[in-house]
Ligand binder design. Structure first.
Ligand SMILES: [Zn+2]
Length: 252
């Protein structure tokens, strides 16, 4: 194989790995943010429920106070019943007492609703409290793991960038320029494998003469359609060697 071709294939693989690593490395802050937001949501809901429970307790106290006040009013009215002079006044007073008792029943219904709500909130709060510490630990662990992965990725990228420099230095200027120009124009891919007479990057059939030359891998040739540098891999290289192994095994 032509040395420049060999180098440019490795350069392409290196650049692609660098690009993949960069995507991974750059995606980390957003991933951490999402995770953190999930935990914040969890804590926020928990805090809101605690606030709601406190409000519920306050409301219940107020309702109980209201009932007490009305009860006092009723007992005052009942005392007054003995002092009224006419039947009319008596009936009016009874009606008033009935009205006040009706108010109490309404407030008692409200109280019951509030108590049911309080039980429900309390259950949620207890569940959340039991999970809170493990949720915090889980998120912290996840973030730590992601950061350590990122550190590994950064180191690997540095290693590949150094390798990239070596490969650059080893290439002839013409090939390097063509490589970089095509890479910029073709979304990062400047080298393409040829398979069954086709450039696998743009799917265009090579002219037979070009195909024959590419198959030899002894020159740096480019696709006439997409401009990518072409190389050829024996399609059944792996199969052939596997078959040979099998044959050898059968002979023993
Ligand atoms: Zn092509």
């Amino acid at each position: 194989m032509h040395p420049d071709l060999k180098t440019v294939i490795e350069l392409q693989q290196t650049d692609q790995k660098i690009a993949e690593l960069t995507t991974l490395i750059d995606s980390l802050p957003a991933q951490i943010q999402t995770l953190q937001a999930q935990l914040d949501d969890f804590i926020h809901t928990y805090e809101e429920r605690k606030k709601r429970l406190a409000a519920n307790q306050k409301e219940r106290k107020e309702l109980e106070m209201e009932i007490k006040e009305i009860q006092e009013k009723i007992s005052k009215h009942k005392d007054q019943l003995y002092q009224v002079k006419t039947n009319e006044q008596y009936r009016a007073m009874l009606k008033e007492i009935e009205g006040e008792e009706g108010k109490i029943r309404k407030i008692e219904d409200q109280l019951l609703e509030e108590m049911i709500e309080a039980e429900d909130i309390q259950k949620h709060i207890q569940e959340a409290a039991a999970r809170l510490e493990s949720e915090k630990a889980r998120v912290a662990g996840e973030i730590k793991r992601m950061e350590s992965e990122r550190q590994t990725d950064v180191q690997e990228r540095e290693r590949l960038q150094a390798r990239r420099q070596e490969l650059h230095a080893g290439l002839s200027e013409t090939v390097l320029n063509h490589y970089e120009r095509t890479r910029a124009a073709r979304r990062g891919v400047a080298v393409a494998q040829v398979r069954e007479g086709l450039c696998t990057a743009c799917d265009v059939l090579l002219r037979p003469q070009v195909y024959n030359e590419v198959r030899a891998n002894e020159a740096v040739l480019t696709c006439e359609n997409c401009g990518r540098i072409l190389y050829y891999v024996e399609p059944d290289a792996a199969q052939t060697s596997a078959a040979l192994d099998k044959d050898a095994g059968a002979g023993i």
